[in-house]
Design a protein around this ligand. Sequence first.
Ligand SMILES: Cc1ncc(COP(=O)(O)O)c(C=O)c1O
Length: 441
Amino acid sequence: MEKGPKIIVEPPGPKAREIINISKRYLATTTRDFPLVIAKMENDLIEDVDGNIYIDFAAGIAVANVGNRNPEVLEAVRNQLEKFIHSAPHDFYDDIQYRVAKLLTEITPGNFEKKVYFGNSGTEAVEAAIKLAKRATKRPRLISFIGAFHGRTLGSLALTASKPVHQKGYFSTIPGVEHVPYAYCYRCPFKLDPASCDVWCARYIEEVLFQSYVPPEEVAAIVVEPVQGEGGYIVPPKKFIQELRRITDKYGILLIVDEIQSGLGRTGKLWAIEHFDVVPDIMSSAKAIAAGLPLGATILRANLDFDEPGAHSSTFGGNAVSLAAALANIEYIIKNKLHERAAKLGKKALKRLKEAQEEINIIGDVRGLGLMIGVEIVKDKETKKINKEARDKIIDSALKKGLVLLPTGKSVIRVAPPLTIDEDHLEKGLDILIKAIKEFS
Ligand SMILES: Cc1ncc(COP(=O)(O)O)c(C=O)c1O
Protein backbone atom coordinates (compact mmCIF):
# COMPACT_ATOMS: atom_id res chain seq x y z
CA MET A 1 0.00 0.00 0.00
CA GLU A 2 1.29 3.47 -0.82
CA LYS A 3 1.79 6.16 1.83
CA GLY A 4 -1.27 7.63 3.48
CA PRO A 5 -3.54 9.29 3.85
CA LYS A 6 -5.32 9.51 0.50
CA ILE A 7 -8.98 10.48 0.33
CA ILE A 8 -10.46 10.16 -3.13
CA VAL A 9 -14.14 10.19 -2.16
CA GLU A 10 -15.64 11.50 1.09
CA PRO A 11 -16.33 8.52 3.36
CA PRO A 12 -18.66 6.76 3.31
CA GLY A 13 -18.28 6.50 -0.47
CA PRO A 14 -20.83 4.70 -2.68
CA LYS A 15 -19.51 1.15 -2.13
CA ALA A 16 -19.21 1.75 1.60
CA ARG A 17 -22.79 3.06 1.83
CA GLU A 18 -24.12 -0.03 0.07
CA ILE A 19 -22.31 -2.41 2.44
CA ILE A 20 -23.32 -0.39 5.51
CA ASN A 21 -26.99 -0.54 4.50
CA ILE A 22 -27.05 -4.28 3.93
CA SER A 23 -24.98 -4.92 7.09
CA LYS A 24 -27.50 -2.98 9.16
CA ARG A 25 -30.19 -5.34 7.86
CA TYR A 26 -28.37 -8.55 8.84
CA LEU A 27 -25.91 -7.85 11.65
CA ALA A 28 -27.06 -7.69 15.24
CA THR A 29 -26.47 -4.39 16.98
CA THR A 30 -23.10 -3.99 18.65
CA THR A 31 -21.00 -0.87 19.05
CA ARG A 32 -20.56 -0.58 15.26
CA ASP A 33 -21.13 3.07 14.44
CA PHE A 34 -18.39 4.27 12.08
CA PRO A 35 -18.92 4.76 8.35
CA LEU A 36 -15.73 2.87 7.60
CA VAL A 37 -15.86 -0.24 5.43
CA ILE A 38 -12.49 -1.90 5.37
CA ALA A 39 -11.08 -3.60 2.29
CA LYS A 40 -7.43 -4.03 3.23
CA MET A 41 -4.99 -3.28 6.01
CA GLU A 42 -1.22 -3.08 6.01
CA ASN A 43 0.93 -2.12 8.97
CA ASP A 44 -0.37 1.35 9.91
CA LEU A 45 -2.69 1.93 6.95
CA ILE A 46 -6.30 1.02 6.22
CA GLU A 47 -7.85 1.02 2.75
CA ASP A 48 -11.63 1.23 2.43
CA VAL A 49 -13.81 -0.28 -0.29
CA ASP A 50 -13.87 3.01 -2.21
CA GLY A 51 -10.07 3.21 -2.38
CA ASN A 52 -9.52 5.76 0.41
CA ILE A 53 -6.40 5.20 2.49
CA TYR A 54 -6.35 6.13 6.18
CA ILE A 55 -3.70 6.29 8.88
CA ASP A 56 -4.62 3.87 11.64
CA PHE A 57 -4.65 5.37 15.16
CA ALA A 58 -6.92 2.60 16.46
CA ALA A 59 -4.95 -0.60 15.77
CA GLY A 60 -8.20 -2.56 15.97
CA ILE A 61 -8.65 -1.40 19.61
CA ALA A 62 -5.01 -1.74 20.66
CA VAL A 63 -4.68 -5.15 18.99
CA ALA A 64 -2.30 -4.64 16.05
CA ASN A 65 0.74 -3.70 18.15
CA VAL A 66 3.02 -5.33 15.56
CA GLY A 67 1.10 -3.68 12.73
CA ASN A 68 -1.74 -5.01 10.66
CA ARG A 69 -0.86 -8.25 8.88
CA ASN A 70 2.65 -8.38 10.23
CA PRO A 71 4.64 -10.55 7.75
CA GLU A 72 6.29 -12.70 10.45
CA VAL A 73 2.91 -13.43 12.01
CA LEU A 74 1.44 -14.26 8.59
CA GLU A 75 4.27 -16.70 7.96
CA ALA A 76 3.75 -18.46 11.30
CA VAL A 77 0.01 -18.71 10.67
CA ARG A 78 0.56 -20.16 7.19
CA ASN A 79 2.96 -22.76 8.60
CA GLN A 80 0.51 -23.78 11.29
CA LEU A 81 -2.35 -24.02 8.78
CA GLU A 82 -0.29 -26.64 6.95
CA LYS A 83 -0.17 -28.77 10.14
CA PHE A 84 -3.52 -28.52 11.93
CA ILE A 85 -6.04 -25.87 12.94
CA HIS A 86 -8.02 -27.25 15.81
CA SER A 87 -7.18 -30.09 18.13
CA ALA A 88 -9.50 -29.69 21.16
CA PRO A 89 -6.58 -28.00 22.88
CA HIS A 90 -7.96 -28.39 26.42
CA ASP A 91 -8.25 -32.15 25.91
CA PHE A 92 -5.15 -33.00 23.88
CA TYR A 93 -1.54 -31.88 24.05
CA ASP A 94 0.44 -30.41 21.19
CA ASP A 95 3.80 -28.70 20.80
CA ILE A 96 2.61 -25.09 20.64
CA GLN A 97 0.47 -24.56 23.75
CA TYR A 98 3.27 -25.12 26.24
CA ARG A 99 5.69 -22.98 24.23
CA VAL A 100 3.46 -19.91 24.33
CA ALA A 101 2.58 -20.60 27.97
CA LYS A 102 6.26 -20.94 28.90
CA LEU A 103 7.13 -17.72 27.08
CA LEU A 104 4.33 -15.85 28.86
CA THR A 105 5.46 -17.10 32.26
CA GLU A 106 8.99 -15.89 31.46
CA ILE A 107 8.08 -12.40 30.28
CA THR A 108 5.45 -11.49 32.88
CA PRO A 109 6.37 -9.90 36.21
CA GLY A 110 6.97 -12.14 39.21
CA ASN A 111 9.89 -14.36 40.04
CA PHE A 112 7.80 -17.38 40.95
CA GLU A 113 6.30 -20.40 39.23
CA LYS A 114 3.44 -19.51 36.94
CA LYS A 115 0.94 -21.29 34.71
CA VAL A 116 -1.27 -20.13 31.86
CA TYR A 117 -4.92 -20.72 30.99
CA PHE A 118 -5.83 -20.06 27.34
CA GLY A 119 -9.24 -18.79 26.23
CA ASN A 120 -10.41 -16.97 23.12
CA SER A 121 -10.93 -13.38 24.19
CA GLY A 122 -10.42 -10.75 26.84
CA THR A 123 -13.63 -11.48 28.62
CA GLU A 124 -12.72 -15.17 28.84
CA ALA A 125 -9.32 -14.31 30.29
CA VAL A 126 -11.11 -12.34 33.00
CA GLU A 127 -13.71 -15.04 33.59
CA ALA A 128 -10.89 -17.51 34.17
CA ALA A 129 -9.21 -15.06 36.56
CA ILE A 130 -12.44 -14.71 38.55
CA LYS A 131 -12.91 -18.47 38.75
CA LEU A 132 -9.29 -19.08 39.74
CA ALA A 133 -9.45 -16.46 42.48
CA LYS A 134 -12.74 -17.73 43.91
CA ARG A 135 -11.74 -21.36 43.82
CA ALA A 136 -8.25 -20.82 45.24
CA THR A 137 -9.23 -18.49 48.07
CA LYS A 138 -12.71 -19.96 48.74
CA ARG A 139 -13.83 -16.36 49.20
CA PRO A 140 -16.97 -15.01 47.51
CA ARG A 141 -16.41 -11.28 46.96
CA LEU A 142 -14.51 -9.18 44.42
CA ILE A 143 -13.57 -5.52 44.27
CA SER A 144 -13.44 -3.60 41.02
CA PHE A 145 -13.28 0.07 40.00
CA ILE A 146 -15.64 2.66 38.65
CA GLY A 147 -14.64 3.24 35.03
CA ALA A 148 -13.34 -0.31 34.68
CA PHE A 149 -13.92 -2.43 31.62
CA HIS A 150 -13.24 -6.13 31.97
CA GLY A 151 -15.61 -7.61 29.39
CA ARG A 152 -19.24 -8.30 28.65
CA THR A 153 -19.97 -11.89 29.66
CA LEU A 154 -21.89 -12.00 32.91
CA GLY A 155 -18.93 -12.66 35.23
CA SER A 156 -16.62 -10.03 33.76
CA LEU A 157 -19.59 -7.71 33.20
CA ALA A 158 -20.14 -7.71 36.94
CA LEU A 159 -16.70 -6.04 37.22
CA THR A 160 -17.28 -3.65 34.33
CA ALA A 161 -18.39 -0.13 35.26
CA SER A 162 -17.51 2.25 32.46
CA LYS A 163 -20.96 2.87 30.91
CA PRO A 164 -24.48 2.10 32.17
CA VAL A 165 -25.44 0.71 28.74
CA HIS A 166 -23.15 -2.27 29.36
CA GLN A 167 -25.16 -3.26 32.44
CA LYS A 168 -28.62 -2.08 31.42
CA GLY A 169 -31.18 -4.89 31.35
CA TYR A 170 -28.75 -7.59 32.47
CA PHE A 171 -29.12 -7.35 36.23
CA SER A 172 -28.23 -9.47 38.05
CA THR A 173 -24.78 -10.49 36.95
CA ILE A 174 -22.62 -12.24 39.53
CA PRO A 175 -23.21 -11.08 43.09
CA GLY A 176 -20.62 -9.85 45.55
CA VAL A 177 -18.78 -7.28 43.41
CA GLU A 178 -18.05 -3.93 45.05
CA HIS A 179 -17.08 -0.98 42.87
CA VAL A 180 -14.81 1.68 44.29
CA PRO A 181 -13.46 4.90 42.73
CA TYR A 182 -10.39 4.72 40.47
CA ALA A 183 -7.61 7.32 40.60
CA TYR A 184 -9.06 9.51 37.86
CA CYS A 185 -7.16 12.55 39.08
CA TYR A 186 -8.38 14.93 36.34
CA ARG A 187 -11.89 14.33 37.70
CA CYS A 188 -11.20 13.18 41.24
CA PRO A 189 -14.36 11.41 42.43
CA PHE A 190 -13.65 12.78 45.92
CA LYS A 191 -12.84 16.27 44.58
CA LEU A 192 -9.42 16.10 46.25
CA ASP A 193 -6.11 17.53 45.11
CA PRO A 194 -3.85 14.71 43.85
CA ALA A 195 -0.84 16.59 45.23
CA SER A 196 -2.08 16.17 48.79
CA CYS A 197 -4.70 13.36 48.83
CA ASP A 198 -2.19 10.55 49.46
CA VAL A 199 -4.24 8.31 47.15
CA TRP A 200 -7.34 8.44 49.31
CA CYS A 201 -9.25 6.48 46.62
CA ALA A 202 -7.05 3.44 47.29
CA ARG A 203 -7.05 3.90 51.07
CA TYR A 204 -10.86 4.23 50.91
CA ILE A 205 -11.01 0.45 50.37
CA GLU A 206 -9.38 -0.22 53.71
CA GLU A 207 -10.60 2.77 55.69
CA VAL A 208 -14.22 2.90 54.49
CA LEU A 209 -15.24 -0.27 52.65
CA PHE A 210 -13.59 -2.72 55.04
CA GLN A 211 -14.72 -0.68 58.05
CA SER A 212 -18.35 -0.42 56.92
CA TYR A 213 -19.70 -3.58 55.34
CA VAL A 214 -17.21 -5.62 53.32
CA PRO A 215 -15.29 -8.10 55.52
CA PRO A 216 -11.82 -8.24 53.92
CA GLU A 217 -11.55 -11.95 54.74
CA GLU A 218 -14.44 -12.52 52.29
CA VAL A 219 -12.68 -10.74 49.40
CA ALA A 220 -11.07 -13.08 46.87
CA ALA A 221 -9.48 -10.42 44.66
CA ILE A 222 -9.13 -6.82 43.69
CA VAL A 223 -9.28 -6.54 39.91
CA VAL A 224 -7.66 -3.52 38.31
CA GLU A 225 -6.50 -2.14 34.98
CA PRO A 226 -3.06 -0.52 35.40
CA VAL A 227 -4.24 2.08 32.87
CA GLN A 228 -8.01 2.25 32.47
CA GLY A 229 -8.84 1.59 28.82
CA GLU A 230 -12.52 1.96 28.05
CA GLY A 231 -12.84 4.25 31.08
CA GLY A 232 -10.90 6.93 29.19
CA TYR A 233 -7.19 6.03 28.99
CA ILE A 234 -6.63 7.04 32.59
CA VAL A 235 -3.17 6.70 34.11
CA PRO A 236 -3.29 6.46 37.90
CA PRO A 237 -0.46 7.62 40.18
CA LYS A 238 2.14 4.95 40.93
CA LYS A 239 1.18 4.98 44.59
CA PHE A 240 -2.43 4.06 43.80
CA ILE A 241 -1.48 0.67 42.37
CA GLN A 242 1.17 0.16 45.06
CA GLU A 243 -1.41 0.84 47.74
CA LEU A 244 -3.67 -1.82 46.21
CA ARG A 245 -0.80 -4.28 46.50
CA ARG A 246 -0.23 -3.29 50.13
CA ILE A 247 -3.92 -3.79 50.97
CA THR A 248 -4.22 -7.10 49.13
CA ASP A 249 -1.06 -8.44 50.80
CA LYS A 250 -2.29 -7.37 54.23
CA TYR A 251 -5.64 -9.17 53.94
CA GLY A 252 -4.63 -12.23 51.91
CA ILE A 253 -6.52 -10.91 48.88
CA LEU A 254 -5.31 -11.65 45.35
CA LEU A 255 -4.39 -8.81 42.99
CA ILE A 256 -5.66 -9.43 39.47
CA VAL A 257 -4.20 -7.05 36.91
CA ASP A 258 -6.06 -6.75 33.62
CA GLU A 259 -3.50 -6.09 30.87
CA ILE A 260 -5.87 -6.86 28.04
CA GLN A 261 -5.66 -3.37 26.54
CA SER A 262 -2.43 -2.10 28.11
CA GLY A 263 -0.16 -5.11 27.61
CA LEU A 264 2.38 -6.28 25.04
CA GLY A 265 4.38 -3.07 24.72
CA ARG A 266 1.52 -0.62 24.28
CA THR A 267 2.49 1.62 27.22
CA GLY A 268 6.23 1.71 26.61
CA LYS A 269 6.96 -1.34 28.74
CA LEU A 270 6.07 -4.91 27.92
CA TRP A 271 3.35 -4.77 30.61
CA ALA A 272 1.82 -1.56 31.97
CA ILE A 273 2.07 -2.89 35.53
CA GLU A 274 5.87 -2.60 35.24
CA HIS A 275 5.46 1.20 35.44
CA PHE A 276 4.18 0.72 38.98
CA ASP A 277 6.76 -1.78 40.30
CA VAL A 278 3.97 -4.08 41.40
CA VAL A 279 3.73 -7.82 40.83
CA PRO A 280 0.22 -9.24 40.42
CA ASP A 281 -0.96 -12.72 41.42
CA ILE A 282 -3.01 -13.16 38.26
CA MET A 283 -2.82 -11.28 34.96
CA SER A 284 -5.22 -11.27 32.05
CA SER A 285 -4.04 -10.68 28.50
CA ALA A 286 -5.81 -10.73 25.13
CA LYS A 287 -6.19 -8.11 22.34
CA ALA A 288 -2.57 -7.64 21.13
CA ILE A 289 -1.44 -11.10 22.24
CA ALA A 290 -1.97 -12.82 18.86
CA ALA A 291 -1.76 -9.82 16.51
CA GLY A 292 -5.44 -10.00 15.60
CA LEU A 293 -6.26 -13.66 15.96
CA PRO A 294 -8.61 -14.48 18.85
CA LEU A 295 -6.78 -15.49 22.00
CA GLY A 296 -7.00 -14.76 25.70
CA ALA A 297 -4.47 -15.77 28.33
CA THR A 298 -4.71 -15.80 32.09
CA ILE A 299 -1.31 -15.98 33.72
CA LEU A 300 -1.43 -17.19 37.30
CA ARG A 301 0.78 -18.04 40.22
CA ALA A 302 1.16 -21.81 39.83
CA ASN A 303 -0.21 -22.43 43.33
CA LEU A 304 -3.55 -20.87 42.30
CA ASP A 305 -4.15 -23.45 39.57
CA PHE A 306 -7.53 -25.20 39.39
CA ASP A 307 -7.57 -28.06 41.88
CA GLU A 308 -9.17 -30.68 39.62
CA PRO A 309 -9.65 -31.35 35.89
CA GLY A 310 -12.89 -29.96 34.52
CA ALA A 311 -13.06 -27.02 36.92
CA HIS A 312 -12.69 -24.83 33.85
CA SER A 313 -12.16 -25.54 30.15
CA SER A 314 -13.08 -24.49 26.62
CA THR A 315 -13.39 -25.98 23.11
CA PHE A 316 -11.32 -23.42 21.26
CA GLY A 317 -9.15 -21.81 23.96
CA GLY A 318 -5.54 -22.14 22.89
CA ASN A 319 -6.39 -22.71 19.24
CA ALA A 320 -3.22 -23.71 17.40
CA VAL A 321 -3.44 -21.01 14.73
CA SER A 322 -3.95 -18.25 17.30
CA LEU A 323 -1.07 -19.64 19.34
CA ALA A 324 1.24 -19.78 16.33
CA ALA A 325 0.38 -16.14 15.70
CA ALA A 326 0.94 -15.33 19.39
CA LEU A 327 4.39 -16.93 19.43
CA ALA A 328 5.56 -15.05 16.33
CA ASN A 329 3.91 -11.87 17.57
CA ILE A 330 5.44 -11.85 21.05
CA GLU A 331 8.85 -12.79 19.67
CA TYR A 332 8.54 -9.93 17.17
CA ILE A 333 7.70 -7.43 19.91
CA ILE A 334 10.67 -8.52 22.01
CA LYS A 335 13.15 -8.84 19.14
CA ASN A 336 12.27 -5.40 17.77
CA LYS A 337 11.89 -3.82 21.22
CA LEU A 338 8.52 -2.42 20.21
CA HIS A 339 7.83 -1.37 23.80
CA GLU A 340 10.87 0.93 23.63
CA ARG A 341 9.66 2.28 20.30
CA ALA A 342 6.23 2.92 21.86
CA ALA A 343 7.91 4.82 24.70
CA LYS A 344 9.93 6.96 22.29
CA LEU A 345 7.10 7.74 19.86
CA GLY A 346 4.62 8.14 22.71
CA LYS A 347 6.80 10.83 24.29
CA LYS A 348 6.85 12.76 21.00
CA ALA A 349 3.09 12.41 20.50
CA LEU A 350 2.34 13.41 24.08
CA LYS A 351 4.53 16.50 23.72
CA ARG A 352 2.72 17.61 20.55
CA LEU A 353 -0.69 16.99 22.06
CA LYS A 354 0.22 18.84 25.26
CA GLU A 355 1.37 21.79 23.17
CA ALA A 356 -1.99 21.69 21.39
CA GLN A 357 -3.69 21.57 24.78
CA GLU A 358 -2.05 24.90 25.77
CA GLU A 359 -3.51 26.50 22.71
CA ILE A 360 -6.96 24.87 22.36
CA ASN A 361 -9.57 25.44 25.06
CA ILE A 362 -11.56 22.25 24.45
CA ILE A 363 -8.60 19.97 25.17
CA GLY A 364 -9.07 19.47 28.90
CA ASP A 365 -6.48 16.80 29.51
CA VAL A 366 -3.79 14.89 27.64
CA ARG A 367 -2.40 11.83 29.37
CA GLY A 368 -0.86 8.54 28.54
CA LEU A 369 1.95 6.06 28.68
CA GLY A 370 3.74 5.03 25.49
CA LEU A 371 1.26 4.85 22.63
CA MET A 372 -1.78 4.61 24.89
CA ILE A 373 -2.75 8.27 24.92
CA GLY A 374 -6.07 9.87 25.81
CA VAL A 375 -7.15 13.36 24.72
CA GLU A 376 -10.07 14.48 26.85
CA ILE A 377 -12.40 16.91 25.07
CA VAL A 378 -14.31 19.34 27.29
CA LYS A 379 -16.58 22.36 26.85
CA ASP A 380 -13.82 24.53 28.28
CA LYS A 381 -10.84 24.16 30.57
CA GLU A 382 -12.45 26.06 33.43
CA THR A 383 -15.66 23.99 33.83
CA LYS A 384 -14.14 20.73 32.48
CA LYS A 385 -17.66 19.77 31.36
CA ILE A 386 -17.62 16.69 29.16
CA ASN A 387 -18.11 17.40 25.48
CA LYS A 388 -19.13 14.16 23.83
CA GLU A 389 -20.74 16.00 20.93
CA ALA A 390 -17.49 17.74 19.94
CA ARG A 391 -15.50 14.55 20.56
CA ASP A 392 -17.70 12.59 18.16
CA LYS A 393 -17.58 15.33 15.52
CA ILE A 394 -13.78 15.47 15.77
CA ILE A 395 -13.57 11.73 15.13
CA ASP A 396 -15.91 12.04 12.11
CA SER A 397 -13.97 14.97 10.73
CA ALA A 398 -10.64 13.16 11.17
CA LEU A 399 -11.99 10.17 9.25
CA LYS A 400 -12.89 12.44 6.34
CA LYS A 401 -9.31 13.72 6.40
CA GLY A 402 -7.84 10.22 6.41
CA LEU A 403 -7.32 9.31 10.07
CA VAL A 404 -9.05 6.46 11.89
CA LEU A 405 -9.65 7.16 15.58
CA LEU A 406 -11.73 5.53 18.29
CA PRO A 407 -13.44 7.19 21.22
CA THR A 408 -13.12 6.07 24.82
CA GLY A 409 -14.55 7.14 28.15
CA LYS A 410 -17.25 9.76 28.13
CA SER A 411 -15.45 12.36 26.08
CA VAL A 412 -11.98 11.09 25.21
CA ILE A 413 -10.21 10.37 21.94
CA ARG A 414 -7.73 7.53 22.04
CA VAL A 415 -4.42 7.62 20.25
CA ALA A 416 -3.40 3.98 19.95
CA PRO A 417 -1.67 3.31 16.62
CA PRO A 418 0.31 0.17 15.85
CA LEU A 419 3.65 0.35 17.68
CA THR A 420 5.26 -0.11 14.26
CA ILE A 421 3.72 3.09 12.91
CA ASP A 422 5.84 4.97 10.40
CA GLU A 423 7.07 8.17 12.10
CA ASP A 424 5.84 10.28 9.22
CA HIS A 425 2.38 8.73 9.53
CA LEU A 426 2.37 9.43 13.26
CA GLU A 427 3.14 13.11 12.60
CA LYS A 428 0.58 13.34 9.80
CA GLY A 429 -2.03 11.66 11.98
CA LEU A 430 -1.38 14.12 14.80
CA ASP A 431 -1.62 17.01 12.32
CA ILE A 432 -5.07 15.77 11.27
CA LEU A 433 -6.21 15.19 14.84
CA ILE A 434 -5.13 18.65 16.01
CA LYS A 435 -6.67 20.29 12.95
CA ALA A 436 -9.96 18.46 13.54
CA ILE A 437 -10.02 19.49 17.21
CA LYS A 438 -9.43 23.13 16.24
CA GLU A 439 -12.46 23.02 13.95
CA PHE A 440 -14.76 22.44 16.91
CA SER A 441 -13.11 24.62 19.52
C1 LIG B 1 -9.05 -3.99 29.91
C2 LIG B 1 -9.99 -4.87 29.14
N1 LIG B 1 -10.41 -6.02 29.68
C3 LIG B 1 -11.24 -6.85 29.02
C4 LIG B 1 -11.73 -6.54 27.77
C5 LIG B 1 -12.64 -7.48 27.05
O1 LIG B 1 -12.00 -8.03 25.96
P1 LIG B 1 -12.85 -8.75 24.80
O2 LIG B 1 -13.59 -7.69 24.07
O3 LIG B 1 -11.81 -9.44 23.97
O4 LIG B 1 -13.76 -9.71 25.48
C6 LIG B 1 -11.33 -5.33 27.18
C7 LIG B 1 -11.85 -4.93 25.86
O5 LIG B 1 -11.87 -3.79 25.49
C8 LIG B 1 -10.45 -4.47 27.88
O6 LIG B 1 -10.04 -3.31 27.36
